[in-house]
Design a binder for this molecule. Structure first.
Ligand code: HEM
Length: 410
């Protein structure tokens, strides 16, 4: 039988990440043409070194919205959040879907929110939030960790960054689930439902834009609302698109890193013992958490000129998709890549991407993981999974909807 997996099929990720398929692609077809229903298709890049090569060469492999952007679907055709409302999307262009010089302008601006000094300040408050959340988690009996810890922590951190009330975390949760849940009926129940969610979100975003222009603070919403990009004030639509980028980028990812990591500690109690024995291990363990979880499955680029990779001719205009889930299990880079090893040395994983678009929030994500698992180490002796978690139906986010687990007290 021919080996022709459809990596775009969200059903492929419903039960698990198809690591066996990725391993075979890395071996046999590292530059694999994946046809799509509409007659188009994309090149799937699955080896670590090739992903790095594609991502670092932004001039040849563009993220530009006008060419299709950074998502597997063409953003310029269906809208950034894939609202299904072609042409009338209120969303502008998020900076992840831009190239220099526009990308460089945004990056310079946004980076200031993630400087080590700024993050350290947020860190003190994250510690307090973690304590509050964990104080409410019952030990020794089955709980769903997602609504109690994995979901609220990153959203409370984001509320802090945006300087909006912490009580808003549940709204942010519902909005972002709908934005990335285009392939999951549980998140995208009906067009009417999506319209209602969009209406709520738009009201919030517009008000934020107006108030932060009138009265700017040093939060990230104020930075974006008052941004000048290529000498022009940012348009409301672009503000909204970039707000969505920060909201989705900052929470789905960190949330799923937390859930997958607790599941990994349940499956590998010796690794949890290592952390408990020496919490300093967490300084490097956070890297392994993100590598092993790889919450973002892929991103996309578009070739700007004809080129060749491993003998395959890639033509100008071709879609090129880099699969982080695969690169992070490449055994030419990671020894025993399927093993969860909190002391793994030189862990230069691709969970945050690479090249000019490398995740701007990576240090903040790692800090949240470190502060959470530091406190868990003093409270929890062992994690016991109650049942296999239900997964997102998504080719983009490696997501867990729930994580039923018992935290055995220390
Ligand atoms: C474990 C948590 C996280 C993971 C796995 C993750 C993953 C990623 C990945 C794969 C990219 C694309 C990189 C590329 O194209 O090379 C990215 C970009 C980005 N992330 Fe994250 N992220 C995380 C946390 C965060 C946080 C906490 C924030 C902000 C609060 C954030 C904001 C962004 C933004 C704004 C971009 C676009 C950067 C650009 O285009 O220059 N992320 N992230």
């Amino acid at each position: 039988m021919t080996f022709a997996p459809d990596l775009k099929d969200p059903g492929l990720y419903q039960e698990r990440i198809p690591h066996d398929i990725f391993a075979r692609l890395r071996r046999e077809a590292p530059v694999y043409w994946n046809p799509e229903n509409d007659g188009a298709g994309f090149w799937a890049i699955t080896r670590y070194a090739d992903i790095v090569e594609v991502e670092k060469n932004a001039a040849l492999f563009s993220s530009d919205y006008a060419r299709g952007g950074s998502r597997i679907f063409n953003e310029n055709e269906v809208g950034v959040a894939s609202t299904g409302s072609e042409g009338d999307s209120p969303f502008g262009i998020p900076f992840i879907s831009t190239d220099p010089p526009v990308h460089s302008d945004y990056r310079r601006l946004v980076q200031t929110s993630f400087l080590p000094g700024r993050i350290a300040g947020v860190g003190d408050r994250i510690t307090g939030r973690v304590t509050d959340l964990l104080d409410k988690v019952p030990l020794g009996k089955p709980i769903d960790l997602v609504p109690l810890v994995s979901a609220p922590l990153p959203l409370l951190t984001l509320a802090e960054l945006l300087d909006v009330p912490s009580t808003m975390w549940i709204d942010l949760y519902n909005w972002t689930n709908a934005f990335v849940g285009e392939d999951d009926p549980e998140f995208r129940r009906s067009p009417e439902d999506m319209a209602a969610i969009m209406g709520e979100f738009m009201g919030f975003a517009q008000e934020l834009f107006i108030t932060r222009r009138a009265n700017p603070g040093d939060d990230i919403a104020s930075l974006l609302a008052n941004a000048e990009i290529q000498g022009q004030p940012i348009a409301l639509r672009d503000f909204i698109a970039n707000l969505v980028l920060v909201l989705v980028g900052g929470n789905e990812t960190t949330r799923n890193s937390i859930s997958h990591t607790v599941a990994a500690f349940a499956a590998n109690p010796d690794q949890w013992d290592k952390v408990r024995g020496d919490p300093e291990v967490l300084n490097t363990a956070v890297r392994e958490m993100v590598r092993h979880a790889t919450p973002v499955i892929h991103f996309r680029r578009t070739a700007t000129a004809d080129t060749e990779l491993h003998g395959q001719r890639i033509r100008a205009g071709d879609k090129v998709v880099v699969w982080y889930s695969s690169g992070n299990r490449d055994d030419t880079v990671f020894e025993e890549p399927d093993r969860f090893d909190v002391t793994r040395p030189n862990n230069r994983h691709l969970g945050f991407g690479s090249g000019p678009h490398i995740c701007v929030g990576s240090r903040l994500a790692e800090l949240q993981l470190k502060l959470l698992f530091t406190q868990l180490a003093t409270r929890v002796r062992k994690f016991e999974l109650v049942s296999p978690p239900r997964r997102f139906r998504s080719n983009f986010i490696n997501g867990l909807k729930n994580l039923d687990v018992v935290l055995i007290p220390a």
